[in-house]
Design a protein around this ligand. Structure first.
Ligand SMILES: Nc1ncnc2c1ncn2[C@@H]1O[C@H](COP(=O)(O)OP(=O)(O)OP(=O)(O)O)[C@@H](O)[C@H]1O
Ligand SMILES: [Mg+2]
Length: 366
């Protein structure tokens, strides 16, 4: 989704900072705008500030500096329950004295919806989370994963314009988790709901989101659609956090337009794409995805640099082969090849030659 100016943003964080103790900033100068209907995921390691951002948007925490706007208006003066936001937080419990159906009906009653409409909506919401049989139970009579699904249904049942979700699928097994990922994105898109979703599961972030904001240390390291994040990471942190990644350390020798030559620390020379390096002499981390490494020299240009490598481990994984190599002083260089009829299986100890297109090796910050 294209960048939006703050003018047509539905949700906007403007220069937001947050400190709990008056000393350390756990959110540092956050600028983020979502257009209406966007599904945005905040992804990042533990403690990077994701929940804090969600709590400020929900109104349970206030920003130390900066402003948060909803539909163009600062939200500071609107109390949480008047913001029309659906929420699923890790510790945002169900009402224990109400049945499951009463829990779901409650946000509709508050909005003065008639009884038969309420019953219809509650029934559909329960079916959505595969809990149709459980309307009469109390939360204490449900498993953790079942409670989580009811919390999710309760956040969506009144079809809010904005939904905030903090690790809503954490307690679910893989199959149910994937089903719910599909249901959530479907509902959000069909109803045009704007969603801010928090997870530290990168696969979940990549499969569900229009855009992903990668957080580290209170800052957004990169904000981009999933494919761009995976294929064009802007710095070493993002390259290593998203997907599997090979890194090689070296020094920039020469930069010519869209390619550069790099002298690796063992003396060998490779080609790469300069991303956030500036000049010869700069230290760099080269980032290469395992599926972009080429063993067939005919697919590379005649003057491309190649590296000699030794097979340390060859793993047959069914659909792909995963081979670990000793190359340029590291033993952790991984390549993935598709299991095709013409693809040879390598042997431990075998010497091979590898290379890549310059665009597939990104010269990032060291
Ligand atoms: N109420 C609080 N009082 C003081 N410090 C807090 C409070 N809540 C969070 N923090 C601190 O703020 C930082 C960011 O926390 P936050 O909960 O936003 O991280 P997170 O990205 O959601 O992490 P996780 O993935 O573990 O949920 C952490 O260092 C945390 O210890
Ligand atoms: Mg959190």
């Amino acid at each position: 989704m294209a960048d939006v100016t703050n003018g047509d943003a539905f949700v906007a964080f403007e220069r937001v900072q947050k400190s709990y103790d008056g000393e350390t900033l756990v959110v540092k100068d956050l600028n983020l705008s979502l257009p209406k209907g966007e599904f945005l995921t905040m992804l990042g390691p533990s403690g990077s500030g994701k929940t804090t951002c969600l709590m400020m948007l929900a109104g349970f925490e206030t920003a130390t500096h900066g402003e948060i706007k909803l539909d163009g208006k600062p939200i500071n003066n609107i109390p949480p329950h008047k913001r029309g936001i659906g929420m699923v937080f890790q510790n945002y419990a169900l009402f224990p004295h109400m049945t499951v159906a009463e829990n779901l009906s409650f946000p509709l009653e508050v909005r003065r919806m008639g009884k038969s409409d309420r019953e219809e909506k509650v029934k559909r919401a329960l079916e959505m989370v595969q809990m149709g049989e459980f309307g009469g139970r109390r939360p204490a009579q449900l498993s953790g994963g079942q409670q989580q699904r009811i919390a999710l249904a309760r956040a969506l049942v009144f079809e809010p314009e904005l939904v905030l979700m903090d690790e809503p699928l954490g307690a679910l097994d893989k199959q149910l988790r994937e089903h719910m990922q599909f249901e959530i994105t479907n509902i959000a898109h069909n109803l045009g709901i704007t969603t801010v979703y928090v997870t530290h599961d990168q696969t979940e972030a990549l499969t569900m989101s229009d855009r992903v904001a990668v957080f580290d240390d209170g800052r957004i390291q990169q904000l981009a659609p999933p494919d761009e994040l995976y294929e064009s990471p802007q710095n070493s942190f993002v390259a290593q956090f998203i997907g599997e990644n090979n890194t090689l350390e070296g020094t920039i020798q020469e930069i010519k337009g869209n390619t550069c030559t790099v002298k690796l620390d063992d003396g060998s020379i490779i080609d790469a794409k300069p991303v956030n390096v500036v000049k010869p002499g700069d230290r760099t981390l080269i980032s290469i995805r395992p599926e972009r490494v080429e063993m067939n020299k005919e697919r590379l240009s005649p003057d491309a640099h190649t590296l000699r490598a030794e097979v340390v481990e060859f793993i047959y994984m069914g659909d792909i082969f995963r081979t670990r190599l000793r190359v340029a002083g590291t033993e952790d260089f991984v390549i993935k090849t598709r299991n095709a009829p013409d693809q040879r299986r390598l042997k431990k100890g075998e010497q091979i030659e590898i290379g890549w297109l310059p665009d597939d090796a990104r010269a990032l910050d060291a």
